[in-house]
Write a protein that binds this ligand. Structure first.
Ligand code: FCB
Length: 427
């Protein structure tokens, strides 16, 4: 069956401030990227996609692609370049963009913390500092009071599990530590506490707000399903990487492994939607990522496993009922050889699941600066020429635009963009 009805779904794109804006040297990624060897192509987040000056063009692209919802980040280090000092020109610039989105009928979902923050915050210890939560909450209040007339939907924190493991275990994100569990626990405890407190703070300021997190969820499958060690490790990885933190962030209930229950967090509902960032599945045979042989993969070697989105959503929804927003889903595909199929397969899995999926934010709009991958990983519906900053809509972007306009993927659209475009596979 190739016809997919998308009329019940809002569809848009997702981005993050440091990955697109350029020109900001006050965030910790800018400093981190100066050290040779940390970013695969030696690039830094300046100029990223130069969105800071080209935002009108990118807003036009959203409209051109018929995308009615848009997830974007506000960069903390621009708004508060020094502790306690607000840069009004940055606030004005963001307000201009948000106003224009509203004028175009594009609903913004704003991320408050997406892997980046001011260097001054990082230098104090970032999320490991004793006053990290209070500092973050002051920022949340600042943002909501300055933008609350233009924004009512918020992601407090993006992917705490990826932030903590990449920055404090694998050394791939700032601060580049490989120390392990003590720091990770402190970071996750602080982020969960920060989110739970922010959830209430935002609702106090804006009773009708919709508040949640963008949670990175993967499928962890035993490499060999008959091997009990693989099965046990798959369970352990899932628990440590994504399940324990789910209970803390969404349920306000801190499992032992994340340290003590904070005195200022009461167990209860701490979300208005279930935000899921879904990309891939891991095949587990040890306490690290692995991959099955003979599976579909993207340019980064990540397995493409559309049904996994339904699997993780079913798990999450079973534990915490609520509307599901796919806050990120996309793929690295430099040649745009299979992105339309990737989109079609994930949307098909979603709408045939019977789960209450309400929204789909494709990662991402324009090829961006992919953290430690620099410019090498191409996730955009729109291609970026890094030398000229020129944007060109990819066929997959046109495909998504037409699917949105038609309210579904009909046979003709499928034939034109998806049929015959198969995924690459591993040996
Ligand atoms: C997610 C991040 C996002 C982007 C995609 C590819 O983990 O939230 O910023 O890098 O992966």
């Amino acid at each position: 069956m190739t016809h997919v009805d998308l009329s019940g779904l809002l569809i848009g794109a997702a981005t993050a401030a440091v990955q697109i804006e350029g020109g900001d040297t006050g965030n910790q990624w800018h400093e981190f990227a100066q050290v040779p060897g940390r970013i695969v192509d030696g690039s830094t987040p300046t100029p990223a996609t130069d969105h800071w000056t080209r935002w009108r063009e990118d807003t036009d692209l959203l409209a051109e692609l018929n995308l009615g919802i848009y997830r974007l980040g506000l960069e903390w280090s621009r708004i508060e370049p020094e502790p306690g000092r607000v840069d009004q020109s940055a606030v004005d610039r963001y307000r201009e963009e948000l106003t224009e989105l509203g004028r175009r009928g594009i609903r913004p979902l704003v991320t408050i913390h997406h892997f980046s923050h001011p260097t001054w915050f990082e230098d104090r210890g970032g999320w490991t500092a004793p006053d990290a939560v209070e500092t973050f909450l002051a920022h949340v209040e600042r943002v909501v009071t300055r933008f609350g007339d233009l924004v009512s939907e918020w992601v407090t924190i993006n992917e705490p599990n990826v932030y903590a493991s990449s920055g404090f275990l694998f050394g791939e994100f700032p601060p580049g530590h490989t120390g392990g569990w003590t720091e990770i626990r402190r970071v996750l405890n602080a982020m969960a506490r920060g989110h739970c407190r922010a959830y209430h703070l935002i609702h106090d300021l804006q009773p009708d707000a919709k508040v949640g997190i963008a949670h990175h969820l993967r499928v962890f499958a035993p490499l060999n399903g008959r091997n009990p060690v693989h099965r046990l490790l798959a369970r352990t990885n899932a628990y440590l990487f994504q399940e324990a933190i789910t209970d803390a962030m969404l349920g306000g209930r801190f499992p032992r492994v994340l340290g003590a229950q904070p005195a200022d967090v009461t167990p209860g509902t701490h979300y208005d939607y279930l935000g899921i960032n879904y990309y891939s599945r891991s095949a587990v045979s040890r306490l690290a990522d692995g991959r099955f042989d003979g599976v579909s993969v993207n340019d980064l070697g990540w397995e493409i496993h559309p049904q996994g989105l339904v699997e993780v959503a079913r798990w999450l929804h079973g534990r915490f009922p609520g509307p599901i927003w796919v806050t990120e889903n996309g793929t690295a595909d430099r040649d745009d050889a299979f992105r339309a199929r990737f989109i079609a397969d994930h949307l098909t899995a979603m709408v045939s699941s019977g789960l209450p999926f309400e929204r789909y934010y494709h990662w991402c709009l324009v090829d961006n600066w992919e953290w430690a991958q620099g410019y090498t990983a191409r996730f955009g519906l729109v291609e970026l020429d890094v030398d000229t900053m020129e944007r060109r809509v990819r066929p997959s972007g046109r495909f998504l635009a037409r699917a949105v306009a038609a309210g579904g993927i009909g046979d003709a659209l499928y034939e034109e963009f998806v049929a015959g475009h198969d995924y690459p596979t591993t040996p």
